[in-house]
Design a protein around this ligand. Structure first.
Ligand code: PLP
Length: 418
């Protein structure tokens, strides 16, 4: 098979593909493995019940069912749905959006692909631009999404020690320099993999820098506000004409609906809608159908506040406590869990690499993600990259409790035999 440069880059092996393959093989070889590696949201019964009832109501109505299964949506998305999203965001945050500021995509992942390649890579004048991640570690799913090589750059964070075990990353503004080759800034807030929530000051500072450089600031709110609300701090969402806010229905419990929502100024929305039409033709109907009308009253936010936020907040606190108990005496640190669905563990001076730790844990029946994969765009030789792991705490309590026990046991044996 003769492949184009695009074919070679995308059809071949990449970091994210090998990791996903390895996780998939481990799961099929051992279906009982304690799976703390993926990004699946938790099963929260009252939330599942609500979405099942909403789906049933659609299926019981022949016209709605036809709308769900038998029609293409307009290329930017269903207008009534986009109006509801805009009104909802305006009500929550006092923004001034119309449906023209909204686009719908088949999950936020492909929307990142389109947006990133709109702003970075080879520019029309032949120059090269990169997507800059102001704070790495960042979401692994961004890696390999560029059509050209060396697509990302990143800034190494500063580390604040909060107590014996908790720490927090901050954007190192003394090192963050934007040049002509930066095409956009992107941060996830809360951050996958660390659970960090950039402070309001940090976001405002990034916003000011992006404006001064005349490039967009992309804020990935997959876990954040106003939904699904997996955020445990008082962070304030920010949007203006220079910000592209990416939202998703996935972490509400609907990753199968593949619905992303892009909030941006009209010029960006139009460009995005044109580009995504070439790849997708139209976006899926399931997410918008399930959510239509739900944005209008208080019921939707009540669901997030009553069932989703407390579930993850309680679980984050419990998982942190279990780590403190089981890892006592080890040189371990946990990134302060401020949101998202993961604990980010840092084993200072780990005698082996996090990749080797991942392999060992796999043989012991626990799947986590080795940390070096998340330092997208950071080319420094930094030992810290190989000392961290990400574990999801969204699985059932027994899995998380047992997984932490095994991780602690394995890591303790490494330090003891050093
Ligand atoms: N952004 C972040 C930070 C994520 O963790 C994920 C998925 O795990 C995505 C984006 C992509 O989500 P989706 O394509 O399901 O909307």
């Amino acid at each position: 098979m003769k492949l184009s440069a695009f074919g070679q880059k995308f059809a071949g092996q990449s970091g994210i593909v090998s990791l996903m393959e390895d996780l998939g093989t481990a799961l099929s070889d051992n279906p009982d493995i304690l799976f703390m590696g993926g990004g699946n949201p938790a099963r929260i019964k009252p939330v599942e019940d609500i979405f099942r009832q909403r789906l049933q109501a659609i299926l019981d109505d022949p016209d709605k069912c036809h709308g769900l299964l038998g029609t293409y949506q307009a290329h930017q998305g269903d207008k009534a749905f986009m109006e509801q999203v805009a009104d909802f965001l305006n009500r929550q945050f006092g923004w001034n959006l119309s449906w023209r500021n909204i686009a719908v995509s088949n999950g936020s992942q492909p929307a990142f692909f389109v947006l990133y390649n709109m702003f970075a890579g080879q520019m029309a004048d032949g120059s090269q631009r990169t997507i800059h991640l102001p704070l790495a570690p960042e979401y692994l799913g961004y890696a390999d999404a560029g059509l050209s090589d060396d697509f990302y750059t990143a800034t190494r964070p500063t580390i604040e020690y909060l107590d014996d075990n908790l720490f927090k990353y901050h954007v190192d503004f003394s090192k963050l320099k934007l040049g002509d080759s930066t095409g956009a800034l992107c941060v996830s807030r809360p951050t996958n993999p660390t659970g960090n929530v950039l402070t309001d000051d940090e976001v405002e500072h990034l916003d000011a820098m992006a404006k001064a450089a005349d490039i967009p600031l992309i804020i990935d709110g997959a876990y954040g506000l106003p939904f699904p609300g997996i955020i445990f701090t008082d962070a304030r969402p920010l949007w203006n004409d220079n910000i592209v806010l990416m939202l998703s229905l996935s972490k509400l419990g609907l990753p199968g609906a593949r619905t992303g929502i892009i909030v941006a100024r009209e010029e960006i929305i139009n460009a995005f809608a044109n580009a995504t039409t070439i790849v997708n033709l139209s976006c899926g109907t399931l997410g918008p159908a399930l959510m239509k009308g739900f944005f209008e009253g208080d019921e939707f936010l009540d669901m997030c506040r009553t069932h989703i936020t407390p579930f993850y907040r309680d679980r984050a606190m419990a998982a942190t406590q279990w780590c403190r108990e089981d890892m006592q005496g080890l040189p371990f640190h946990i990134h302060k869990p401020e949101g998202a669905i993961f604990l980010w563990l840092w084993f200072e001076g780990l005698p082996i690499t996090s990749q080797e730790l991942y392999e060992r844990l796999k043989t012991r029946g626990v799947l986590i993600i080795p940390g070096q994969n998340f330092f997208v765009g950071l080319r420094d030789d930094w030992r810290h990259k190989h000392e961290c792991i990400r574990m999801s705490y969204a699985q059932d309590e027994k899995t998380v409790r047992e997984g932490i026990r095994i991780i602690a046991e394995e890591v303790r044996s490494l330090y003891e035999t050093e």
